[in-house]
Design a protein around this ligand. Structure first.
Ligand code: HXC
Ligand code: NAP
Length: 271
């Protein structure tokens, strides 16, 4: 028995950070199933290109420039999106930023920047969406990272922020469950052809070493994450809330990674 993707036809899927990478891949998967897509991110150009690609799949889509650190911009985006496509059935919160640096090499503003995007930004995205979510029935998906539970040198900011994201998932599952709103975190592994992995494993040798570390011996595909998002949003996921689900080929079982070489390479690029 296959997952019945016809259930997403006409559904409103709102993707924060949806203009590229994993989040855009999730948007494409729902678009192929006939959903209507609202995307937000900072760059109007990236959004225009993403929307054009979704339209070639036959989907209705809009792109609304908004920074998740700016609540007013988010509120405006929700108002426009809901006016066009109605209450939100599926909300994906995946906007994030990252760079490699040891804590001693981070200014307070460097640490704060990632916490503001990943954690406070996720709070803004899900909190301000609440009034626009379909009740009952909405499904919220937060995109986390294994840094949430694996202490990782050069990633103090991401570790702290994503751990907060997952705890927000658990708390809101309790607070919003009675309203028929489900919320879960997906924890992607190292996903090929993404900005996130380019920053952590620059170059073919680093990518190969990362793939070798994964118990299933391959990098993840964007499709691996999109399929989990669809499962959670579907009737098959209707009793799942408050969970944090690694989709990582087992990588999160293997302990901290050593990003020293990658960090030195990225610092040379920065300087
Ligand atoms: C130390 C750094 C730094 C670095 C930036 N900063 N890069 N500090 N080492 N390599 C500091 C700056 O000096 C500044 O502090 C502060 O961070 C803010 O920098 P801005 O450039 O002004 O911030 P902003 O324009 O808001 O850009 C945010 C960003 C940027 C995170 C720095 O890289 C970005 O927009 N990224 C989005 C795309 C992205 O990262 N995608 C990957 C997501 S993957 P001062 O003190 O000088 O003011 C992910 C991880 C998951 O999230 C795991 C993957 C496997
Ligand atoms: P990506 O392509 O850089 O995706 C990040 C998205 O967020 C972009 O669309 C970006 O667009 C948007 N964004 C960034 N800052 C924003 C802000 N302040 N306000 C609004 N939008 C913002 O990276 P990715 O690798 O696919 O990562 C996607 C998600 O997966 C992230 O949550 C990341 O932590 C997670 N993840 C990735 C991996 C991996 O292997 N790639 C592994 C684990 C977890 P703009 O630039 O236009 O704003």
């Amino acid at each position: 028995m296959d997952l019945n993707t016809a259930q997403f036809r006409g559904r409103h899927v709102f993707v924060a950070g949806g203009s590229s990478g994993i989040n855009f891949g999730i948007a494409q998967a729902f678009a192929r199933a006939g959903a209507r897509l609202s995307l937000i991110s900072r760059s109007a150009d990236k959004l225009a290109s993403a929307v054009a690609q979704l339209e070639t799949l036959g989907a209705e889509a809009i792109g609304l420039p908004a920074d998740v650190r700016q609540p007013e911009a988010l509120t405006a985006a929700y108002t426009q999106a809901v006016a066009r496509f109605g209450a939100i059935d599926v909300l994906v919160s995946g906007a994030a930023g990252n760079f490699l640096a040891q804590a001693l090499d981070m200014s307070p503003n460097a640490f704060k920047t990632v916490v503001d995007i990943d954690l406070l930004g996720s709070f803004n995205v899900v909190r301000l969406a609440h009034a626009h979510l379909r009740q009952p029935g909405a499904c919220v998906i937060q995109i986390s990272a294994s840094q949430a539970f694996t202490p990782t040198p050069y990633q103090a900011h991401v570790c702290a922020a994503k751990a907060g994201v997952d705890m927000l998932t658990r708390v809101l599952a309790l607070e919003w469950g009675a309203q028929g709103i489900r919320i879960n975190s997906i924890v992607p592994g190292p996903i090929a052809d993404t900005e996130g992995l380019r920053r952590l494993a620059p170059g073919d040798a680093a990518l190969q070493a990362m793939a070798e570390r994964v118990p299933l011996k391959r990098l993840g595909r964007i499709e691996d994450i999109a399929r989990m998002a669809m499962l959670l949003a579907s009737d098959w996921g209707s009793y799942i809330t408050g969970t944090v689900i690694p989709v990582d080929g087992g990588l999160s079982l293997t302990g901290p990674r050593d990003f020293t070489a990658a960090a030195e390479a990225s610092q040379r690029g920065r300087g």
